[in-house]
Write a protein that binds this ligand. Structure first.
Ligand SMILES: Cc1cc2nc3c(=O)[nH]c(=O)nc-3n(C[C@H](O)[C@H](O)[C@H](O)COP(=O)(O)OP(=O)(O)OC[C@H]3O[C@@H](n4cnc5c(N)ncnc54)[C@H](O)[C@@H]3O)c2cc1C
Length: 432
């Protein structure tokens, strides 16, 4: 029997260490520092670097990577078990060297970058000396990348980029951007675009503003609205072949989506803990909230949804480890991408409601989490698009009925059963 839901004892020791370390050393940073991506900020350097060194000594740095890129090559399942702890905090992923979108961008550079790119961009990225940005969505269309207009044209030894992108997260701190641009508007829709590395300091990379989401103040905005104006990059800054932009994008998106889901388990589990504590602590009309059936329903629904979500995420991680191919588990990844915002939204909303006015305030994290659940339902493609993928993949395993009625139509099945067993049945009837 191969079904086994236990973590091996040796790795469990690592997880216990990670849990203590995150609670005692990492979590305090969340309340004192600004963005984890602001790597040049002296305070970040002073407080984050020593923790990263400790993680490296423990050989837990960049666990999403194989040994050829400096990670331990633990695979997705162990990474999932780690991420469901790291995701409890804002700084956890950065302290352990596995934060989005740098993980996905590193995967792109590892697959498609030249030796020179790896030296200049990948190495410092993996060391978190710099951070990166993925710049794909355009203001007039994100869910349908076939309508992109940002252009890249070849001029001599250079590519020249012109156009607008927005929601380019972390652009303000990034040393380079990975930009998708149209290289041949006449090509078939999925061969029109190519992918480029663009150093952020290149003349013509103009960040018009840093868009903020939800409750964040304007100063905290981190989603760059960028105008690329005659931005020139060397010809070799093309990643992959001309027209392969979508193929290159897939390299990062599979991993990126499941890693978000792993961290979301951490967030909802913590929120659930808070909900339970509150239910047991708050008295109203002579009893604790936990004694009221409608509160019990919230607790039960939340627990069941989290457990289901966690199991499908872990099984998907396991399947990736088995197949070593994100495309083979496309259906599973699309399913968890669609489930993630719903579980997150529903659990955070119930926690907010159970905490009453306190829950709605900015002294608790729930309102921010509700907004963050929409982030999870939009970034890397909206939920609807992923549900379409799930349905299409599921339907591949089915065929239409061969005649007017369904193949499981009861009269038809009865007829088939009679054709097979009719004789024995007649014999039995004859004996009575
Ligand atoms: C916090 C945050 C961070 C992000 N970070 C990045 C980043 O770093 N880099 C980057 O390139 N992009 C980033 N994005 C952008 C994200 O990828 C897009 O928001 C997403 O692809 C949707 O595009 P859109 O916002 O233009 O929505 P639209 O394309 O306008 O779609 C709007 C809505 O229409 C509906 N819809 C769309 N298509 C379908 C369909 N086929 N069937 C049914 N309904 C549909 C959905 O409800 C969808 O939410 C980020 C977004 C957010 C919110």
């Amino acid at each position: 029997m191969a079904w086994d839901f236990e973590t091996d004892a040796e790795f469990q020791k690592e997880l216990d260490w990670i849990s203590d370390f995150v609670t005692n050393e990492v979590e305090p940073l969340d309340f004192l520092l600004g963005s984890p991506y602001d790597v040049q900020n002296p305070k970040n350097q002073e407080l984050v670097r020593p923790l990263q060194d400790e993680v490296k000594r423990r050989k837990l740095w960049a666990c999403h990577l194989g040994p050829e890129l400096g990670g331990p090559g633990y695979g997705q399942l162990k990474l999932a078990l780690m991420n469901e702890i790291l995701g409890r905090t804002r700084f956890g992923p950065v302290v352990f060297g596995c934060q989005a979108p740098d993980t996905g961008n590193a995967e792109i550079l590892a697959h498609y970058g030249s030796d020179a790119h790896k030296e200049r961009y990948l190495k410092p990225l993996l060391n978190n000396e710099i951070v990166s940005c993925y710049s794909m969505t355009e203001p007039h269309g994100g869910a349908d990348p076939k309508v992109f207009t940002c252009r890249a044209e070849r001029q001599g030894d250079e590519w020249v980029l012109n156009g607008e992108k927005w929601f380019s997260s972390n652009a303000r701190w990034a040393s380079f951007l990975i930009v998708m641009a149209v290289t041949d508007p006449e090509a078939p829709p999925y061969e029109r675009c190519s992918m480029f590395i663009v150093p952020t300091e290149t003349p013509g990379v103009n960040i018009l503003r840093n868009v903020a989401v939800g409750l964040d103040s304007e100063e905290e905005g981190s989603h760059g609205y960028i105008r690329y104006e005659n931005v020139r990059v060397p010809a070799d800054h093309l990643l992959g072949e001309v027209g392969q932009g979508f193929v290159v994008a897939q390299t990062r998106l599979g991993g990126g989506r499941i890693h978000h889901a792993m961290r979301t388990i951490a967030k909802v589990s913590r929120t659930f803990d808070m909900m339970c504590e509150r239910a047991l602590s708050r008295f109203t009309q002579g009893e604790v909230l936990a004694d009221k059936q409608m509160v019990q329903e919230k607790i039960a629904d939340s627990w069941m949804e989290i457990e289901q979500f966690r199991l499908i995420v872990l099984r998907t991680a396991w399947r990736i480890d088995q197949s070593k191919d994100y495309m083979k588990v496309r259906k599973d990844i699309a399913a968890i991408k669609a489930l993630m915002p719903k579980v997150y939204h529903d659990v955070a909303s119930r926690a907010l409601q159970l905490h009453g006015s306190l829950g709605a305030s900015n002294e608790m994290p729930f309102a921010e989490q509700v907004i963050d659940s929409f982030h999870m339902g939009l970034a890397d493609g909206p939920t609807e698009v992923h549900k379409v993928t799930v349905a299409r993949q599921v339907l591949r395993d089915y065929a239409p009925s061969e005649d007017l009625f369904p193949s499981r139509h009861i009269p038809k099945l009865r007829e088939q059963a009679l054709a097979k067993l009719g004789e024995a049945f007649e014999h039995e009837v004859g004996n009575t």
